[in-house]
Structures are given as C-alpha cells and as structure tokens.
Ligand binder design. Structure first.
Ligand SMILES: *[C@@H]1O[C@H](CO)[C@@H](O)[C@H](O)[C@H]1NC(C)=O
Length: 522
C-alpha cells in the first residue's frame, strides 16, 4: 500500500507538531461534513488495496470456469497465475496515472468538482466488477481494477490537498492525518467484509468488489453541500467573494478577513521561487542527492514487501497450512493493526523524528521478514509455526506502520523547497506506484518459483535500503525547510542538519557539486 502523497499545486508543508499541539480551530458543521465527504476518497483507496486479498481463490476459480465455458478447456496454471497477478497489480497502473495528473486535475476542475467527477470512474469500476460474474468475463474485473486504481490515484492527490486547504492553520495537520486513518480503515473494512461468512466466498465475491460503489454514492450525496476550497477559489480562480462565502461557512463566523490575508501572504511567499520541471530537476546536480534519497525512501516503502501482505496475505497464510477461515480472520488483524498503529504513531512523528522512526521500522521489517521465511520453512516440522507465521506477519506490519508507511511522503516535501517540490513529488509518485505494481505483479510468481523463500528478496532489499538511509538521510524533525535545504546548496558550508547535537559538514569537490560520500559526522 502507499499512503497518499501530499501533492498538488499548493504543496503546503505544515509542521504537524505545532498544529496538533495548538489545535483550537472551531469544528463547524460544514467543516465536519467536508472532512467526512473528502475522507471517503481515502477509504476508497484503502478498501481497494485490501479487497482482492480474501477472494483470491474464488476469483481464480471463476476465471478458470469462465475459460472452460468459453473455450471448453481449463486455463493453464501459469496463465491463471499471471492473469490474476495482472488483475491485482493493474490497480497500481491506474493509480500511477491518477496520481500523476492529480495536481493538474485539482487545478483544472477544482478540488470539490474534481472529486465529484472522479466518482464517475468509481461507478464505472464498480459496475464492471459487479457484473463480471453475470457476464462470465474476467476481463471486466481487470478493466474495473484499472479504473478504480485511477480513481484512487486521483484521490491520493485530491483528498489530502482539499483537507489541507479547508482547515485553519492550527488544525490542518490533524486533518491531514485523517487521510491516512481513512486509508487504514478502508483496508480493515475490506478485510472484514471479505470474511468467508460475509462476502469472501464463491457466491458473493462480486458484491465485495462492487461495494466500492458505496463511498462513491455517499460522496455524491454529501460533497455538493460542501464548500469549495477557499484557497483554490482565491488563488487559482481569483474569486475573492466566493472564497469569502466558503470561509464563512467553514469557520462559522463572518470574521474571515484575516484568513484571506494569510492565504494571500502564503501564496506570495510560495511564488517567490520559480518552479522547476522534472527534466531540469534531473539535471540539477545540487538536487541529485535529495532526489536519490526521496527515490530510495519510496522504494523502501514498496520493496519492503508490504503489498505482498496487503494483497496476498490470505494465500500466504493458507499456504502455511492455516485453514481458510482462520486466514481470513488473521488478515483482518493486519487491518486492525494498521488502524491502531496509525493513531499511535502519527503524534509520535514529530517527537521521535522521521529518521529514527523510518530506520526502526525498516530494521524491524528486516528481522521479521526473516522470521516469516523461517516460519514458512518449518511449518511442516513444528505445528505451532503456522500460528507463528501469522504472529510474525502481524509484527512485520506493526513495523511498517511505524514509519515506512507514511514517512516517505512527508520526507519528499521536506527535502525540497517550493520550486522543485512538485517535480520531486511527481517522480516519487511514479516510483512508488511502479514498485507497487512490480510487487503486486511479481509476488505470486515469486511464491511459485521460490516457494517458502518468497520473502527473501524483500529481506535483501530491506537491508540495502536500511544501510543507504542510515548513511544519507538527514533528520528533518523540527527543522524549518531553510535549515534542511541549506545542506543541499553547493556552497562550502557548515550545515546544521542531523540530530540537534551533532553537525554534518558538507564539503565541495572540484566539480562544484557536493560530495555526499564524504558527509561525515564531526
Ligand atoms: C480448472 O478447472 C478444471 C476443472 O474443474 C480443473 O481440473 C483444473 O485443475 C483447474 N485449473 C486450475 C489451474 O486451477
């Protein structure tokens, strides 16, 4: 899974510590409605990440049966595995496209209308997946997964953007975290509804897939009553009167001129730096290291193997010899852990710091990915290793939620200033979804080819990423952006990045670029 990027054309970075600590914004009815309605997009993303986990076997049976009815011959084992992997992973292809154009979408259609029309894709996808069973067409499920992926990709851009723009500064960070909570609740819901006694069975799997119509429908009913983002109206559209009206609704008071002034001021500050496109970002030597760090952070999120668990834990558990009913219920434990951990770790994020949380998370995942392999190898010899397999998988997920789940998205925004930030975000979105696709598509084949050792490639990746990040990622906690970006400037400077007590020196080599290999603690 990937948590939504905070991207779009505004790219606010808000210190959550400040925000959560001083939360005193008034929670009006309109604000609550707007938050509720927007959060349905996050829910949709989580739901569709988790939904194909439990009904895997039933959908495969359906694909095989449809093939027999059409061609009077069963589908070959290999064709079945690769078609099903495609069905799972094509979600990420749609997501990548949606994620990449989300900023443009939000600027062109607006946040509110942009979300409303996004539901057209949701309805289309739900219909395709729901009626696929009747039509005996697995192609329809694949198309539906692509469409819902696109829909969710757009939401990962639109929802955090809208949430960040409707609250007062003091509750903005708290609102932003609701997006992540929405995603995890969506995963949990899909897992609970996927219990064999509910929809995760041969009779109702198409209902389970088609249920993504529900968030669409509720959003269509509620979003029209929500105000458009005042920031969008004021800054993008230059409609000050409408922005004023929207603000009055959201704040529940007519005294909003201070808000308007603040937005204008913020906008002026953001404009002071020229935007840098993706190509020129790639060419800029001084930005190469932060870009590389951003990319590795996103790779570490996806190639940690977490989506092997989110997409395929059910089959992983059953292959360890656990009964289907227990496997389905254990899978929902993963969703529950994600919800609880999201609530616990987000307030910690600013106190402990991104670097330590991310490194601890990766280290834990490294150790527990080894234990997952061990428990898979020895289930035959030791009966209770079956349960051990579930337990170590759950702990592996705990470590994911601790840092790698959300920090890569925060970090990119913090490593770049306004100018290159949208381009850096774009590259990160691309890398994140491509690696999400790669894992979703390759894991079933890895399971077939490597058997009990299917998690070993992730273990190796985790180790490499840990070493890289340990060496190169600076701590960004409680740093203003200027303090962080100072370090990337190619001047010969003594910079103050790193933990508060230690200092890093960044020397310049003869090419005039920062020689990162020689960053050393004094
Ligand atoms: C497809 O169904 C046929 C007939 O029920 C069965 O013999 C065959 O094993 C199935 N193929 C796969 C790959 O599951």
């Amino acid at each position: 899974m990937s948590n939504g990027p905070k991207r779009g054309d505004s790219n606010d970075v808000i210190s959550q510590a400040e925000v959560v600590a001083t939360a005193k914004g008034k929670i009006t009815a309109f604000l609550s409605l707007a938050v509720f309605s927007a959060i349905l997009g996050s829910l949709q993303f989580g739901y569709n990440t988790g939904v194909i986990n439990a009904p895997e076997k039933k959908i495969k049976e359906f694909m095989n049966e449809s093939h027999i009815m059409r061609w009077e011959a069963p589908m070959s084992e290999n064709a079945l595995v690769s078609l099903y992997s495609l069905l799972v992973a094509i979600f990420a292809v749609g997501g990548m496209i949606g994620g990449l154009i989300a900023g443009w979408w939000a600027g062109t259609f607006g946040r509110k209308f942009g979300m409303l029309i996004n539901n057209a894709f949701g309805f289309g996808a739900a219909a395709l997946m729901f009626f696929s069973r009747e039509a005996r067409s697995y192609e329809m499920i694949i198309c539906g997964r692509f469409l819902i992926g696109f829909n969710c990709g757009l939401y990962t851009g639109l929802t955090p953007l809208y949430l960040s723009e409707i609250g007062t500064a003091d509750i903005r960070g708290a609102l932003g975290t609701l997006h992540q909570l929405g995603v995890t609740v969506g995963i949990l819901l899909s897992q609970i509804l996927g219990f064999p006694e509910i929809f995760g069975n041969g009779r109702f799997w198409h209902v389970l897939l088609g249920l993504c119509v529900v968030p669409c429908a509720i959003q269509m009913l509620t979003m029209p009553f929500c105000p458009e983002s005042p920031r969008y109206l004021l800054i993008k559209k230059d409609r000050e009167q409408d922005a004023h009206t929207a603000l009055v609704k959201l704040r529940g008071t007519t005294g909003v001129s201070a808000d308007i002034d603040e937005m204008k001021q913020e906008h002026r500050a953001q404009q002071s730096e020229a935007k840098i496109g993706i190509l020129s970002l790639l060419k800029k030597k001084s930005l190469r290291m932060p870009l590389l760090i951003s990319i590795v952070m996103h790779l570490s999120q996806q190639l940690s193997g977490i989506n092997a668990i989110f997409y395929y834990s059910f089959s992983l558990f059953t292959s360890a010899g656990i009964s289907e009913s227990i496997a389905a219920h254990a899978t929902s434990g993963i969703g529950a852990i994600m919800v609880v951990m999201t609530m616990i770790t987000i307030p910690l994020m600013d106190r402990i710091g991104r670097r330590s949380l991310h490194l601890t998370g990766l280290a834990g995942m490294f150790i527990f990915s080894i234990l997952i392999t061990l428990s898979l190898c020895f289930t035959d010899q030791v009966a209770w290793f079956k349960i051990g397999n579930v337990v170590v998988s759950l702990i592996y997920v705990i470590f994911f939620a601790m840092g790698p789940g959300s920090i890569p998205w925060l970090i990119v925004a913090e490593l770049f200033s306004q100018g290159p930030r949208p381009a850096a975000m774009g590259i990160s979105v691309l890398i994140n979804w491509i690696s999400n696709f790669a894992v979703g598509y390759a894991f079933p084949s890895m399971q077939k080819g490597l058997g009990n050792y299917s998690f070993l490639p992730f273990t190796v990746c985790l180790l490499l990423f840990w070493i890289f990040i340990y060496k190169y990622l600076p701590e960004t906690k409680n740093k203003t952006f200027e303090e962080i970006s100072f370090a990337w400037k190619s001047d010969n400077i003594l910079s103050s990045i790193g933990s508060n007590s230690s200092k890093y020196i960044i020397p310049k080599d003869e090419m005039g670029m920062v020689s990162y290999s020689s960053i050393e603690k004094q």
